[in-house]
Design a protein around this ligand. Structure first.
Ligand code: PEP
Ligand code: MG
Length: 775
């Protein structure tokens, strides 16, 4: 049974539609249980009934026609009780309802199991047998497991409207659909979807149709030929190293790509209207499933070969892809696991929204979204993203909602919110040229975090007093190989020049974790505890030295460079990095004649180990900067990139606040300047706490700067200190948030951290409101 379960899960995972999922389930479960009938009934919200959606064993004509009211029949009873019902003589049960059109008269025993997702009954899976026997408890457990696996896929389909489409047998009454994600950059974005599919991933190929069939066929044939050439070359290269039977496998693969095999099947699907990539991935996934089910272990292993072959051809198709579709005027970038490199292919001035299925509000894509001021939603796990291309979406970066097929009233409500935000931004512009001084006369220095070229313009608009964090990995993401020393010099010079004479804090390459360069992939089981930041730089001094040399050369004549080292977790690590920086300075100044001043060197405090060694670190460097994003994740043991634990990630957790207090006390003791450059600094409420703890240098995304400036110039340092004192004594993050929002509840402050109200009653139809309640 375990093997069957694994098989079913694998098949369901590679299915491309709800119809396919249901067909797989009824077929496979019936065969695994050797039952007479396996059926799935799903709840259709539009007429509040359970509808027979798929069956193996009952008449196919009854699909879509058997509809049971909420408490009708045994199916209704299972749904109402929310637990399995296992009967020997179903026809004798008082709730039994007979449907002649199904042809179910010969069946006596009945096992019904509810399919539940997030505490809501989505449907029922039913097994029936001719013999009068109760199903064994192992059998029941097996079906319960299958239903638990199935519930995610069904909830997903419900949210997209695929379920309604199936239930109403093609009479598609389209309604709005809402998907929940994690709010990651505030604002409202309304635009059309541009998909970013990971390359050579068969399961995430978007559903596309062919606009020019002969051209699609041509593209497909070219890709096949390239893959065949690869096979021939591989086979030649391995001659003498592999046995003749193993070499013969390559011939088999080449033949599989022929017209009378996989190639022919795909061409037929293209002729039927599918685009080459969609057709190829459907056909390959189908064959992979077939191989996986084979009894013979040798043949079963061939599934992996077919999958590899599939990815190889897909890679060629994607490489040769000429995207003929013009890009929409307002772009919403959607993808499964977006990273900053996705921005390389689109005009950023047209980007109005970002949605990623994976990741969380502290993932790097979210940080980039905030830096650009683009509404961003991460962790939208139920979004059927491969079906979204070209659709209009509303992105609510305040709540994390993503809405497709919005009604006119809903659209109006969001446009209203968008206008309010614009008015606020305009109003805040009056603070542009004013320094940040609290009502009781304390100055706070506000810097910005940069990484993209576009940040420069935004930063200058917000009149930042310098750059507290320039994430050098971001320009590295935008390329297909490591930039050369000269290229880096040019990129860094642009930043240094734009802000001179103000300081620019350049952080050395901080890759690893959720930041993998496309050309330097790092595969690790536990990437956030792995090869990250300074660890990579010290293991690859050639990459590190090139970067340091480029920074130093770029600063010639400007002298506003500060170099910062990420992920420092021990003193020897810091010493080694500083030695390399000294070496680069010596080379450039003494041997190559550059006219440079040695820049200030700093370290990030973002790992718990560093919190306990602030004094030792602080004595060695010129400045410190607290990376609260990583510090929070490591202190709370909450992966900043995992949507499942996103609600546990809280920088206002008292443990984080106490660490922040300890850091500033130790830094003051050794007379070392310290700032905060994590996202916490850009949150107007958290900024008050940071000021209260004694931090007077904060670095944030350009878009947050004027809001934070407005907040801090209206809250006295004395008030912030008293709030910080009280917060430090609290036991949980929720209480700290509450303390802050209660204390800072004047309307002129509230508008800085809470968006304009959405008129939900006027703006939303009942169906959307109920969907919201369900999720
Ligand atoms: C941090 O960890 O707070 C930080 C600023 O660095 P990053 O978000 O780039 O890891
Ligand atoms: Mg960090």
């Amino acid at each position: 049974m375990l093997a069957s379960l694994r098989n079913i899960v694998q098949e369901v995972n590679s299915a491309r539609s709800l119809g396919e999922v249901l067909t797989i389930i009824v077929k496979e479960v019936r065969s695994a249980m050797q039952a007479g009938v396996c059926s799935v009934y799903l709840f259709d919200e539009s007429d509040q009934r359970y509808v027979l959606m798929a069956t193996e064993g009952l008449r196919q004509e009854s699909i879509g026609n058997v509809r049971l009211a909420m408490r009708e029949g045994l199916v209704g009873l299972v749904a109402a009780r929310e637990e399995p019902l296992n009967l020997k003589d179903a026809d004798k049960h008082p709730s039994f309802a007979y449907f002649e059109e199904t042809g179910e008269s010969p069946f006596h025993s009945f096992l019904g199991v509810p399919i539940i997702h997030h505490r809501k009954v989505l449907g029922i899976l039913v097994l029936q047998q001719e013999t009068q026997r109760r199903f064994e408890s192992e059998e029941e457990a097996f079906v319960v497991t299958v239903c638990a696996q199935l519930s995610g896929a069904i909830a997903h389909a419900e949210a997209t409207g695929a379920l309604r489409q199936l239930a109403s047998a093609g009479g598609d009454r389209l309604r709005e659909a809402l998907f929940r994600g994690i709010p990651s950059s505030p604002g409202v974005g309304i635009g059309r979807v541009v998909l970013v599919a990971p390359t050579a991933d068969l399961k995430s190929v978007p559903e596309r149709f062919a606009t020019d069939i002969p051209a699609e066929i041509e593209v497909f044939r070219t890709a096949l030929e390239s893959a065949k050439d690869d096979m021939r070359n591989l086979s030649k290269g391995l001659e003498g190293k592999l046995s003749s039977e193993e070499i013969a496998l390559f011939d088999i693969y080449i033949r599989m790509l022929d017209d009378h095999s996989l190639g022919g099947e795909v061409i037929a699907a293209i002729v039927d209207g599918q685009a080459a990539q969609s057709a190829w991935s459907s056909v390959i996934l189908k064959h992979v499933r077939t191989f996986r089910k084979m009894d013979d272990p040798y043949l079963r292993e061939r599934a992996a070969d077919v999958n590899d072959l599939g990815r190889r051809v897909l890679g060629y198709l994607q490489r040769n892809e000429k995207n003929t579709q013009p890009l929409p005027r307002r772009i919403i970038l959607v993808g499964e696991d977006l990273s900053a490199s996705a921005l390389a292919d689109i005009p950023i001035d047209r980007l109005v929204g970002i949605v990623s299925v994976k990741g969380s509000s502290n993932s790097h894509m979210a940080i980039v979204g905030r830096a650009l001021g683009v509404p961003t939603v991460m962790g939208a796990v139920d979004l059927p993203w491969t079906e979204m291309e070209g659709r209009e979406l509303i992105i609510d970066g305040f709540s994390g909602d993503v809405i497709s097929r919005a009604t006119r009233r809903m659209r109006r409500a969001y446009l209203h919110r968008q206008r309010q935000e614009k008015l606020l931004a305009k109003d805040l512009e009056r603070l542009r040229d004013i320094l940040c001084v609290t009502p009781d006369g304390f100055s706070i220095t506000l810097w910005i975090n940069t990484g993209l070229r576009q940040d420069i313009a935004l930063a200058l608009k917000s009149s930042a007093e310098g750059v507290g964090l320039y994430r050098t990995e971001i320009p590295f993401f935008m390329r297909s190989s490591f930039p050369t020393e000269d290229e880096q010099t040019e990129i860094y010079r642009e930043q240094l020049q734009a802000f001179a004479p103000n300081p620019v804090t350049m952080r050395t390459l901080d890759i690893g974790g959720d930041k993998a360069l496309p050309y330097f992939p790092i595969e690790e089981e536990n990437p956030f505890l792995g090869w990250r930041g300074i660890r990579i730089s010290l293991d690859h001094p050639e990459i590190f030295l090139i970067q340091i040399r480029a920074m130093l050369r770029a600063s010639e004549g400007l002298n506003n460079l500060r170099i910062m080292l990420p992920m420092i977790s021990s003193v020897p690590e810091l010493d080694s990095a500083m030695e390399l920086i000294d070496r680069a300075c010596r080379e450039l100044i003494q041997e190559e004649g550059y006219n440079l001043e040695k820049p200030a060197i700093g370290a990030m405090i973002e790992v718990p180990a560093a919190v306990y060694q602030v004094k030792e670190i602080g004595r060695r460097v010129d400045f410190l900067s607290v990376g609260t994003n990583d510090l929070t994740q490591y202190l709370l043991a909450v992966d900043r990139n995992n949507p499942r634990v996103a609600d546990l990630y809280h920088s206002l957790h008292p443990a984080v606040l106490r660490a922040l207090k300890s850091i500033i006390e130790q830094a003051d003791a050794v007379n070392c300047q310290v700032s905060v450059c994590g996202e916490m600094a850009g949150d107007p409420l958290s900024a008050v706490i940071l000021m209260g703890l004694g931090y007077d240098h904060l670095s944030m995304s350009a878009n947050s700067l004027l809001k934070v400036k407005s907040m801090l110039s209206q809250v006295s340092k004395a008030e912030a200190q008293s709030l910080a004192k009280r917060a430090l004594r609290m036991s949980d993050a929720g209480s700290v948030s509450q303390l802050l929002s209660d204390a800072l509840s004047r309307p002129e402050l509230v508008k800085l951290y809470r968006p304009a109200e959405l008129d939900e009653k006027a703006g939303f139809s009942d169906s959307l409101t109920s969907l919201k309640l369900v999720k």
